[in-house]
Design a protein around this ligand. Structure first.
Ligand code: HPA
Length: 264
């Protein structure tokens, strides 16, 4: 870990970062607008070979709206390797670089007609529908992480205010993690709905567990790319996700920029 941190600090400087951002499918644009240094995941041992198209596997450290940030332009998903802790090293790194909070973004399928494709959903909580956990095998008592208010109420209030200031609706809802990579069946979606989910996706939950484990605050926003399986006539595919993500991404970028400006 020390060698890795030294390598990063040599390239990006030693000033601590305040916020880490993890960008989901089709949301990588923001990383390119950071005034700073980009390091390929390939040059960072322990970082994933983020192999999903639509991601930008670089760690970018620098200034965004007056706040020093570390942007993880790509994420590893459980379904790529069967490792729910695939994002542990990147999260340990941003924590060691000083990040006090992690803002996560993802693409998700909505269950709610009032949060249609193109809209954003602020996560209020999650359902870990997978039965997996990135802390399985962690040997210390630190593994018993408190997940109440895992999606930090203070950050959520600030993000909602940023949305209001930008004229962008930010409904809150519960995100269900489904391992993927196949999409859900309509029966699974009906079941998840009964359980209390408002949207479904294949990421974020293991990262939020890791962030809380590492003592960082977390918040997450979904860009809704589709109604969940069985809820509309859309044909679900990764192509569809990538094609639809830019609709919400523009709104997401405005909300995040406003949030950072207010913080700066
Ligand atoms: N299901 C799971 N993951 C997703 C979806 C979905 O409908 N849309 C975008 N990511």
């Amino acid at each position: 870990m020390d060698t890795l941190l030294n390598h990063i600090r040599e390239k990006a400087g030693t000033e601590p970062v305040r916020i880490a951002l993890i960008l989901g499918s089709g949301l990588g644009h923001l990383a390119e607008t950071v005034d700073g240094v980009a390091i390929d995941y390939g040059d960072l041992p322990g970082f994933p070979h983020a192999g999903v198209s639509g991601h930008n596997p670089k760690l970018v450290i620098g200034d965004l709206e007056g706040v020093r940030v570390a942007v993880l332009g790509g994420r590893a998903h459980y379904y790529e390797s069967g490792n729910a802790a695939a994002m542990r090293v990147p999260l340990e790194v941003v924590q060691a670089l000083g990040a006090e909070q992690v803002l996560l973004t993802n693409a998700a399928g909505s269950f709610r007609k009032d949060i249609p494709p193109g809209d954003l959903m602020l996560l209020s909580d999650h359902l870990n529908y997978s039965g997996l956990n990135p802390l399985i095998g962690e040997a210390t008592d630190r593994r018993f992480v408190n997940m109440t208010d895992a999606y930090d109420p203070g950050i959520r209030t600030a993000l909602k205010a940023a949305g209001t200031a930008e004229g962008i609706a930010l409904e809150q809802g519960v995100y269900a993690w489904y391992s993927g990579p196949s999409f859900e069946t309509p029966a699974e979606i009906r079941a998840l709905k009964v359980l209390g989910a408002d949207a479904v996706g294949m990421s974020t939950v293991p990262e939020v567990i890791l962030a809380r484990f590492l003592g960082m605050k977390a918040a997450a926003i979904s860009t809704i790319t589709n109604m969940a399986a069985g809820m509309s006539d859309e044909h679900l595919s990764h192509e569809h996700t990538k094609a639809m993500a830019p609709l919400g991404a523009a709104k997401l970028e405005k909300v995040l920029r406003r949030y950072l400006r207010d913080l700066a």
